[in-house]
Ligand binder design. Sequence first.
Ligand code: NDP
Length: 286
Amino acid sequence: MAKNYLDSIVGVFGHPVAENPTVVMIEAGFKAAGLQNWRYLTLDVNADDLGRAMDAVRFLGFKGINLTIPHKVAVLKYLDEMSEAAEKIGAVNTVVNRDGRLFGENTDGKGFLTGIKEDAGIDPADKKVVVIGAGGAARAICVELGLAGASHITIVNRTLQKAEDLAERVSSKTKADAAAAELVSGFTIPDETDILVQATSVGLYPDIEGKADINYNSLSDTMTVCDVIPNPPNTPFLREAEGRGAKVLDGLSMLVYQGAIGFKLWTGIDAPKGAMKKSLKDEFGI
Ligand code: NDP
């Protein structure tokens, strides 16, 4: 095979997408795994062009594709099949091209679950969870926590209706009891909470001083507190939790774990997670 021949293309479709860091992580993974004919492309695809872009995945023989804003829900109608969890979540961020048949998976919630089990050492089964946020990340996390056996999930969001819709989804698609609440200033986290997840976009670069407006004195050392924000990972939210003795889990680990699941689905090889994490730290300057 010629040295520069690329037989294995994957990538991401999004809009806007130029700032998406996944290329750095996945290309570092290819390099560390010795996959020299693989490339990850960051491709700007408008909402109206998604159908033609998914056709291109098939006829150009891409091995798969990631989807980011605004395509995670819209892509469903172009897939041949999807995982049970992706169907319950109602969104797909990773597609695998299996000989022309497109299989959809959602790795966001699974990446979160891997992190909480492996890095925090917590099994969500029978745990009481509070999730702040009701957007795409929260949706994937709540459904996966429900499928992993969490007993109760309270979804707290600025827009109450979105929290109610997500609670209804979780209650109907998993065995967890779910409830909704409005994120009001000084919201108090119930004492009996085992796991608290910050799943809004507050704190994401450049909003690095931003933090959810909750009562931080309601956090305690019996809680595991997680944030989805990968950049910077040491958010003010996690620092408040750490200061009160809570076990913490950052969004960088979730980003690496969710990328590692896609890497394995595409290549069949266990992802070199250390090299992938280092590449993101270098990229974010941390
Ligand atoms: P969405 O746009 O779907 O949802 C955004 C959420 O944040 C909503 O719940 C929204 O509330 C809330 N929100 C936004 N601004 C504020 C504010 N000022 N105060 C209170 N709540 C606010 O985004 P996603 O769910 O897709 O992404 C959320 C974050 O998760 C992003 O920062 C993204 O980078 C991160 N992420 C991390 C991943 C990882 O692997 N680490 C994977 C995927 C996402 P409302 O409904 O009221 O608007």
